[in-house]
Design a protein around this ligand. Structure first.
Ligand code: ATP
Length: 414
């Protein structure tokens, strides 16, 4: 029996492809009423996990459920979960509208719904165009439209921002937030924290198929450790004095300063004064989220540094063990400047300098039709909580016949 909760539960999910351990013992819950980011570097197992969740790959062990049921037991799954794993696979000669109508018929949804979802994703004017001529961003929108056909309670999207321009990303952000605020469930994967940081409330970070952090994004923010950067006249002498004061997390910076974790500016100043070491500068530095993300996922593909240079800091050995939600990782390493967060703009505010015509089109994308908004806002919205996973479902999931891709009713499936 489905429990109607909209909750996704992943429990000890494991997948081996021959010698490759793509996913290892992964456990997390995704709660309705929130957008959860499923983050990890390339090859960390995100797509494999989503494919298992959507019944396209059989797990080696472990299980996952949506609404308390394995995907295979959802009956008409497209009515419950809309999944987009790859914005490909459209018949190139078929119009967007016809593509949607094929899926609508398979799901038992009225033809009119095809036009509704085309408008919803901003493709209303492109319904008669062949999908083969669509840009990557338009294909992403068409895949999302397919997933929305069944008016699902749960959305599972693999790298949905891939190929979208900044306006498209801003639109997607407002769209997913509105969807979640109506009490529905959204799980989106990305390998870029900055890309989804403004969209997600909860985060699951994986590396090498294992959970590195799982909890509210705010929890991760709170775990940002600060460090004191000091420019001493004699770094060696100060490092020894700090060591004697049991402040051991001290490392040199590339420009000859010392970075100290676990001490205040005042403590460092006092110790330097007692040791007779002059300080030419001291300040406190906060690690940003991007640095923490690097820290949590570093080492998966530690590349060879070119021409004998030192490898970029932050690409060292991976953490030995995962971090439970609320347990901050110890320290952090310097990383090269990462990607700047997307400079989005609030829905309803035209982007600076955008041509008027383009903005009008964007404004249309940013606003779901009134009836959609109303329908969503009537959904109950639950509090965002990390809850322990419930015990396994009463019956074992019926495994799919093999690792074959199956066309899912949610659309866009491989
Ligand atoms: N069908 C398959 N056969 C063999 N190995 C596979 C298969 N699918 C995935 N893998 C391997 O499993 C690991 C995880 O891949 P996966 O695609 O799940 O990662 P990902 O996090 O989605 O990566 P990306 O961000 O690059 O899409 C990789 O080492 C990949 O090569």
């Amino acid at each position: 029996m489905q429990d109607g909760s909209g909750r996704i539960v992943v429990q000890n999910l494991t997948k081996h492809f021959g010698q490759v351990a793509a996913v290892q013992n992964l456990s997390f819950n995704v709660e309705p009423g929130s957008v959860t980011g499923f983050l990890g570097p390339n090859g960390s197992g995100k797509t494999t996990t989503l494919r298992m969740l959507l019944g396209l790959v059989r797990p080696t062990s472990g299980w996952s459920t949506i609404n308390g049921q394995p995907f295979e037991r959802l009956g008409n799954p497209g009515r419950i979960v809309g999944g987009v794993l790859e914005a490909q696979g459209f018949h190139p000669g078929r119009t967007a509208r016809d593509h949607l109508r094929v899926y609508a018929a398979a799901m038992g949804v009225a033809d009119q719904r095809a036009d509704d979802v085309l408008n919803l994703v901003g493709l209303g004017a492109a319904g008669n165009r062949a999908a083969g001529g669509f840009s990557l961003g338009m294909k992403q929108r068409l895949a999302l439209a397919t997933a929305l056909l069944g008016d699902p309670q749960v959305l599972v999207l693999d790298e949905p921002a891939n190929g979208l321009d900044p306006e498209g990303i801003a639109w997607l952000r407002s769209f997913l937030k509105a969807f979640a605020q109506s009490g529905r469930t959204v799980l989106i994967s990305s390998h870029l924290l900055a890309e989804v940081e403004q969209t997600i409330d909860q985060v699951v970070i994986i590396s090498r198929g294992q959970t590195m952090f799982y909890g509210p994004l705010d929890e991760l923010r709170k775990s940002q450790q600060s460090r004191v950067i000091v420019a001493p006249a004699d770094p060696q002498k100060l490092a020894v004095a700090l060591q004697e004061a049991r402040i051991t997390n001290v490392s040199p910076t590339p420009d000859g300063k010392l970075a100290i974790v676990g001490a205040t500016i005042q403590q460092v100043g006092d110790i330097a004064a007692q040791a007779g070491v002059a300080l030419y500068g001291v300040h406190e530095e906060k690690a940003d989220l991007e640095q923490l993300f690097f820290r949590l996922t570093s080492g998966q593909y530690a590349g060879q540094a070119p021409y004998g240079q030192a490898p970029p800091p932050g690409w060292g050995a991976p953490p030995q063990q995962g971090y439970a939600p609320g347990t901050p990782p110890g320290g952090y390493q310097q990383v090269p400047p990462g990607y700047a967060p997307q400079q989005g703009y609030a829905p309803g505010t035209p982007p600076g300098g955008a041509p008027q015509q383009q903005w009008q089109q964007q404004a249309q994308w940013a606003q779901p039709p009134a009836q959609e908004q109303q329908a969503w806002s009537q959904q109950p919205s639950g509090p965002l909580q990390v809850q322990p996973a419930p015990p396994p479902p009463p019956q074992d999931p019926t495994p799919p016949s093999g690792d074959q891709s199956t066309p899912g009713a949610g659309g866009g499936h491989q």
